[in-house]
Design a protein around this ligand. Structure first.
Ligand code: SF4
Ligand code: SF4
Length: 433
């Protein structure tokens, strides 16, 4: 096993920007290109940019280890061209031969298929992954964690929205969202909360939920804000309004995966609402290739309908019925370059313009949690297996849960010293000393 893959396995490193795929598995592949996803395309998140500004030497160390692990002959960093100063610094400080590839400020420029096409010109097959075209993609924080060479016990995140100041933090995994909001001085009365970005994040009112290895941010908005209302819409309401779809096809026109030639047609999923489960399948099929970016609902649809939720529901139904995506070569559409969604326009459409502003790294955080709640599944695959019992005393960085033999999972460590009060399959609770 290559050094980076061994570090990733032993330190419990997972994809910090998405579904938490265990990094040691990803780094065990062979590819001619290693691509850093520094697009950070969700509006109002700034933690990847902050990592590059605050922890560049460790990031570079991780990057070189990762590129070597997969045998890459080309290493690149895809970053938005609006970060002129940061791009300049990267060009100065990255080792010779690492390309800094400017990306347009569009959404979702961090979608892996889009990032690969924009930086390499290679079209990932529909139903495939970047490795199919010889590319391994990894996000900034994941690479930093490899460079740090120590158990993952902290998480970088942004607290933004209707807050006194937009702040980027590094916090212990397992602290509650409430702990983080308090440290940020964020209001909680009469507010709504989106965990992760405004597009792909989810609305929650459970502020006791913990920060995990994949939490990227907390967006605080007035409870009545249209984004909170739309994302929190009940499934029944989504179905009811789906009948009013006039099939204008704007959702499909703007779909980034459709632009890549994947034939993803949310307007067809809207029609499926009028059919029985068996008949609906033919209308739903393109949902198998949806990347769940939510652009169709939150930007494209002029009628405030929810094609995204219909696509997600369709995909789940098809997969449950044993219908799986098929891998096929694709050719991006001629409109690919011209029909991209500028982030500025998206922010305006989401009514988030008034929450944009300067942000900074809060180096000193007054976070003194009494309890850490550490889920045993913060990654793709199966839960990690607890190796501690209720009553065990643990030190900071101690192993709490291990990878079950032969399974896809990731190790879990204690961010702080304390006493384990619960060690169940779902979560391990540490009472901090
Ligand atoms: S969420 Fe909508 S816009 Fe995004 S890939 Fe799926 S269908 Fe296309
Ligand atoms: S954009 Fe809205 S109204 Fe138009 S087809 Fe899509 S879901 Fe229907």
């Amino acid at each position: 096993m290559a050094e980076a893959a061994r570090i990733a396995r032993d330190c419990g490193i997972v994809g910090a920007g998405g579904a938490g795929f265990p990094t040691h598995v990803k780094l065990s592949a062979r590819a001619d290109t290693f691509a850093v996803n520094a697009a950070e395309c969700e509006p109002l998140l700034y933690k990847d940019q902050t990592i590059l500004e605050e922890a560049l030497p460790d990031f570079i160390s991780g990057l070189m280890l990762c590129a070597e692990a997969v045998g890459a002959t080309r290493t690149l960093v895809g970053i938005k061209d609006k970060h002129r100063d940061l791009m300049e610094r990267l060009r100065d400080e990255l080792p010779r031969g690492v390309d800094v590839c400017p990306l347009r400020d569009t959404y979702p420029s961090g979608d892996e298929h889009i990032l690969v096409y924009d930086t390499t010109g290679r079209a990932v097959p529909k139903g495939g992954i970047p490795l199919d075209v010889g590319v391994v993609v990894s996000n900034v924080e994941t690479i930093l964690n490899v460079g740090l060479r120590k158990p993952v016990t902290e998480k970088w995140l942004t607290v933004s929205g209707a807050v006194p100041e937009i702040l980027n933090f590094k916090v212990p995994i397992g602290v509650s969202l409430m702990d983080v909001l308090r440290a940020a001085g964020a209001p909680t009365e009469g507010m709504g909360f989106i965990v992760n970005g405004p597009m792909m994040g989810y609305v929650t009112d459970d502020l006791l939920a913990p920060v995990t290895k994949t939490t990227s941010g907390i967006l605080v908005l007035p409870a009545g804000h249209s984004l909170i209302q739309r994302k929190a819409r009940a499934t029944q309401a989504v179905h009811k309004i789906a009948y009013t779809c006039d099939q204008c096809m704007r959702c499909s026109d703007f779909c980034p995966r459709d632009l890549l030639g994947h034939y993803v047609k949310p307007h067809r999923a809207m029609i499926s609402i009028g059919f029985s489960a068996e008949q609906a399948t033919a209308w739903q099929e393109t949902a198998l290739y949806c990347c769940e970016c939510a652009l169709c609902t939150l930007y494209a649809c002029p009628e405030d309908l929810d094609p995204f939720r219909m696509m997600v529901e369709s995909k789940r139904a098809l997969m449950a019925g044993g219908i799986k995506p098929r891998k096929e070569e694709v050719e991006p559409l001629g409109m690919y370059d011209f029909r991209r969604t500028p982030t500025k326009m998206l922010v305006r459409r989401l009514d988030l313009e008034r929450f944009m502003g300067p942000h900074r790294f809060a180096q000193k955080v007054d976070l003194r949690p009494r309890t850490l709640t550490i889920p045993t599944k913060q990654h793709a695959g199966v839960p990690a297996q607890p190796v501690v019992k209720a009553g065990s005393q643990v030190s900071a960085g101690a192993l709490l849960a291990d990878i079950p033999e032969g399974a896809l999972a990731s190790k879990i460590f204690s961010p702080m010293a304390g006493r384990v009060s619960i060690a169940a399959a779902g979560a391990i609770r540490v009472e901090v000393r």
